[in-house]
Design a protein around this ligand. Structure first.
Ligand code: HEM
Ligand SMILES: *[C@@H]1O[C@H](CO)[C@@H](O)[C@H](O)[C@H]1NC(C)=O
Ligand SMILES: *[C@@H]1O[C@H](CO)[C@@H](O)[C@H](O)[C@H]1NC(C)=O
Ligand SMILES: *[C@@H]1O[C@H](CO)[C@@H](O)[C@H](O)[C@H]1NC(C)=O
Length: 324
């Protein structure tokens, strides 16, 4: 009997992965780029060897990618003739960092597995490795994100939360991405590493809400340190302060202890204590590091699934800074 090629496998492929129903999966690159995780881990590890802060910068870059029209690598795109990208939006200008690290990892990955792995997946994996390499949780990541073909400065300005916004407004932004109050609290725990520049918290230091006094919910010794770092009236000051002044380079639950002792830098962080629901979650995470680790991974996977492109949508960029 003549052997005819079966169309059955093709049929199942289409069934599992039509562009509408295609899902991310844990084994996505197992055959096409088996060494991917090692390559990303090595790239993040070497970047952290030269500068510890890079772990924080990569984590934040992934968050800023996902919150602006989904985790599709838009934050990585340079301005082009057809769009103004997100790098110059106010939450990112002079503040978003780590682009060169992603470029280096992407270049290595392209050598091993050309045109196979999206920039969006590389950034997602880099954020996980960054957290793990600084002492935090590790979690399994479904992969298969595709890269978007556009970016938007105005979307970044509208969709990213600001440190002077109320908890209510921040909640609205998270809710519109499918994230809840628990996700806000646990993901804010990302502020256990990294730095903030004076401009993002100065409004608390001298004339809070037009009171001519500092923010009363800021611990007095931290207040003094921040005031001398960021003197009143020095508008061009670009000094930076650690978001977690106690263990600035360690991914631990001390951020939550700081919230309880009024020792966080951003107003939007301290605002988590102004609501009884979020404050009781803070209390929980300050007491139980394991609970924080577990929930952080869960919420990171949730965040990493926002607005992803799959199947035939988007593309696999060759260079993370430009559309193919
Ligand atoms: C809840 C709303 C949030 C607000 C208002 C906020 C705001 C900020 C601000 C103002 C900075 C300082 C930026 C600078 O001065 O350069 C910062 C840094 C940072 N944020 Fe957030 N953030 C939020 C949520 C998150 C989330 C969800 C994550 C990740 C899970 C995250 C991770 C980080 C990290 C790691 C840094 C330090 C970056 C570095 O040192 O390069 N943030 N954030
Ligand atoms: C996997 O990647 C790492 C980091 O780049 C490299 O050191 C190692 O040789 C690679 N292994 C294989 C089997 O390609
Ligand atoms: C933190 O600030 C609040 C509000 O001003 C105050 O009630 C509380 O006692 C402060 N906590 C500590 C540990 O200083
Ligand atoms: C605190 O953690 C416990 C489990 O350890 C959980 O049952 C409880 O619901 C948590 N409370 C809040 C407010 O998250």
């Amino acid at each position: 009997m003549e052997h005819k090629p079966s169309i059955l496998p093709l049929f199942f492929l289409v069934l599992l992965c039509s562009s509408v129903y295609c899902q991310l999966d844990y084994y996505f690159y197992d055959n096409t780029c088996p060494n991917l995780t090692q390559m990303v881990r090595y790239g993040v590890w070497s970047a952290i060897q030269s500068e510890t802060r890079m772990a924080a910068s990569l984590l934040r870059l992934h968050f800023h990618d996902c919150f602006v029209n989904g985790c599709e690598g838009s934050v990585l795109l340079d301005d082009s003739s057809v769009f103004k990208g997100e790098k110059n939006a106010s939450p990112n200008r002079n503040s978003a960092r780590g682009f060169e690290v992603i470029d280096d990892i992407k270049a290595n990955v392209e050598k091993a597995c050309p045109s196979t792995v999206s920039c969006a997946d590389i950034l997602t994996l880099a954020a996980r490795e960054a957290v793990h390499l600084t002492g935090g949780a590790y979690w399994a990541l479904p992969l298969g994100r595709r890269d978007g073909k556009t970016a938007s400065e105005s979307a970044a300005n509208e969709q990213l939360p600001s440190p002077v916004e109320s908890l209510q407004k921040i909640t609205t932004k998270f809710t519109s991405k499918g994230l809840n109050a628990k996700d806000i609290v646990v993901l804010s725990g990302g502020h256990t590493i990294g730095f903030a520049s004076c401009s993002t918290f100065k409004q608390r230091l001298f004339d809070f809400d037009g009171s001519s006094k500092p923010d009363p919910t800021l611990d007095s010794s931290l207040l003094q340190n921040l005031q001398s770092l960021c003197p009143n009236g020095d508008g061009s000051n670009s000094a930076i302060a650690p978001l977690d002044p106690v263990t600035p380079n360690k991914f631990d639950n001390v951020y939550f202890k700081n919230l309880i002792s009024n020792s966080t830098v951003l107003q939007s962080d301290q605002a988590l204590m102004g609501d009884s629901d979020t404050a009781s979650m803070v209390n929980n995470y300050s007491k139980f590091p394991y609970l924080f680790s577990r929930d952080f991974g869960t919420s990171m996977v949730k965040m990493a699934n926002i607005g992803v492109l799959t199947g035939q949508e988007g593309e696999i960029r060759k260079n993370c800074r430009v559309v193919n």
